[in-house]
Design a protein. Sequence first.
Length: 291
Amino acid sequence: MNQPTHLCLPFAIAIAVVSVAQAQNVKYNIPYAEPANERQMLDVYAPENARNLPVIFWIHGGGWQQGDKMTVQGKPQAFVDKGFVFVSTNYRLLPDVDMGTIVRDVARSLHWVHDHIAEQGGDPKRILVMGHSAGAQLAALICIDDRYLRAEGLSLADIKGCVPVDGDTYDVPAIIETAETRRRVHGLPQAKLGHREKFGIDPAKHRDFSAVTHVAKDQGIPPFLILHVAEHPDTTAQAQRLGNVLTEAGIAAKVFGARETTHSKINENLGQPDDPTTKVLFEFVGEALKK
């Protein structure tokens, strides 16, 4: 990407420091559905002359109501430097569409990646799915409930690993009960658009959008690394819940609690060289790609 020539000195210094990193080829706003819609596009970051490299498929957070594929911080560069192609996807949002449509958008985006990522230097047989917050729920569900991938002609066998980051909705009924009880016992009004409403009011939908509901042995579910903020009770409980259900079904799952961080920072810091969570992430990715 061309840099403007009128850089101020601090920014110029920053660019000089970054220049030691591997150069990226970046393609923005690739539509994965027709007709083209800005919320159904993805970005691809690849090393120069990439060929047959493993692929990171990243799903942004934002409560299913906001967020954007561009808010990836240093993750693309970190993965490009390690020899990966990094894909960041958008999806349509509440309240314009319902939760089922959001999940199907993610599956459709992944379908595009499977079919076309070789043209961008990636290997469609080595895709890892990751996401933060709302994106963590979507990543876990896509990698466990195979109906969404099967509808796109794919299978769980097409995924090498899954890394949900600090999600609180792997068990939707549990977080609804937790949040509503907390408000009730403290005499606070219930949220007007809480998890109960976002996931469709009906308790059957709450269960159906919960990754833990669909965990089963011998279904081809990939290995999981479940990252969470250690000091956050809700995401910690949900991470442990998902990890336990996966382990009980014989699926490789590691739960890692990041300390002295926050819901935002655990995401922002991924890819930084001195970040302990990043070290665990790259160790997991290396092991997943050996299988």
